[in-house]
Design a protein around this ligand. Structure first.
Ligand code: UDP
Length: 403
């Protein structure tokens, strides 16, 4: 486990000193995080780094999971898609399944935190157990244009929380509780993001039979239609007519995402007969993700909808030129033509990739700017500071005017 002092060489000692000061103010408080999966996806990624480092700072921090069966996660995936504005057929039966599993979790999940920090919609109903403690709902989804039926259903729970947290200004909604804007972060010292020796990168490429004889374009994401793996292949195919290159489309599945296998098959079908397309079903292995990102010439994130998009921050931290859709939290990270290129279509993505492949100097500059942008805004240390300030603010609630 890394020590908090190790971050000083990356972000500066004053930031570490601030974190220690804030942690001292939280002595005696137990922070209980609750979500629905310990692996796969951005929320688990963040918690797996955030929780140990908060403990290291001396804050009593815990992480619990709710339980749910296949049907429950099918419903919550539909909620997820609908909150992102995708058309989904959701009826009373779906709400009943959600409420039934929630009832079991309300009975079974032990609530002991002074601050209960609930992540995303899956565990939202646990608020029924609220007593004198403080409850925060942390929304990682872009809910700027949600399906009204699902949003109103969730609002029935949200209004009982003390506060809600959103990742980007555009995600926030009108609501009668306090709202905070806190963007996610990556951990520069994790296996996912730390520097790697070239031998490790080479061995991961060897494992997957990938040669470094032509530029590598990569998207790492769960196999999810909102990540548009088929669109990534189409963009690559357009580029391939002009620039010889190869594509890595790599991802695992998340325990709370039942659609992964079907989407993987759609990508395999689309990629048929092109030996330069590598579709990899990854094990949960951070070093492999790190190595694939570092081996890449260009990294894509062609999402149709996105929460924050941690994969973008991971790529930029590795000083990689990024081509990403201007959706969700991605424009916070990719400032067009400064820290990467934003795209809004398959043709736009292909055009941007060609530009980067043909102008290595420009690509390098974008990557370098991207790394500094992440250092200044999206590292774990900034996130820890924001969360600890949020926790402390819960105890100072007077004179607030709600919008
Ligand atoms: N990830 C991973 N292995 C995979 C696919 C994704 O470790 O096979 C990680 C990825 O590196 C990132 C996180 O899962 O840290 C995904 O977060 P993001 O915000 O990009 O998307 P989400 O999956 O939460 O929609």
């Amino acid at each position: 486990m890394v020590k908090i002092e190790e971050y000083a060489s990356i972000v500066g000692q004053p930031i570490i000193d601030d974190l220690k000061l804030l942690a001292g103010r939280l002595q005696g408080k137990v922070i209980q995080n609750i979500n629905s999966t310990s692996v796969g996806g951005g929320v688990a990624e963040i918690l797996s780094r955030m929780v140990p480092i908060m403990k290291e700072l001396g804050v009593d921090t815990k992480w619990d999971l709710i339980k749910g069966g296949e049907q429950f996660f099918e419903v919550t995936k539909k909620f997820h898609n609908a909150l992102h504005g995708k058309q989904e057929v959701i009826d009373q039966h779906d709400f009943d399944i959600f409420l039934e599993t929630s009832k079991k979790n309300i009975e079974e999940v032990n609530i002991y935190g002074d601050i209960v920090f609930v992540h995303d919609p899956q565990p939202i109903a646990l608020i029924k157990n609220k007593n004198a403690n403080k409850w925060i709902w942390r929304c990682h989804i872009d809910v700027s244009e949600p399906d009204q039926k699902v949003w109103e259903f969730l609002m029935g729970f949200i209004i009982n929380y003390d506060s809600a947290v959103f990742s980007a200004p555009s995600f926030s909604r009108k609501m009668p509780i306090r709202q905070f804007l806190i963007s996610p972060s990556i951990d520069p010292l994790s296996d996912k993001n730390k520097e790697l020796p070239q031998e490790v990168i080479d061995s991961v490429l060897r494992k997957y039979g990938i040669l470094q004889d032509k530029p590598i374009i990569t998207q790492i994401s769960r196999f999810d239609r909102l990540k548009d793996p088929v669109g990534v292949i189409e963009a690559y195919q357009q580029v391939k007519k002009y620039n010889d290159c190869q594509l890595i489309l790599a991802g695992g599945t998340a325990a709370d995402d039942p659609e992964g296998i079907a989407v993987l098959e759609e990508a395999r079908e689309k990629a048929r007969q092109d030996p330069d397309i590598h579709i990899l079903l990854l094990p949960q292995n951070d070093i492999e993700v790190n190595a694939l990102q570092r081996a890449s010439t260009v990294i894509m994130q062609k999402s149709i909808k996105e929460g924050f998009g941690l994969t973008v921050a991971e790529a930029l931290w590795k000083a990689k030129p990024v081509v990403a859709s201007g959706v969700g939290g991605i424009p916070l990270q990719v400032k067009h033509k400064y820290s990467g290129l934003l795209c809004h279509s398959i043709e736009g993505a292909a055009f941007a990739i060609k530009q980067l492949l043909n102008s290595p100097g420009y690509a390098k500059k974008l990557g370098e700017n991207g790394r500094e942008h992440i250092r200044n805004n999206f590292l774990l240390t900034r996130h820890l500071r924001d969360y600890m300030l949020l926790f402390l603010s819960l105890y100072y609630q007077e004179d607030i005017v709600y919008l």
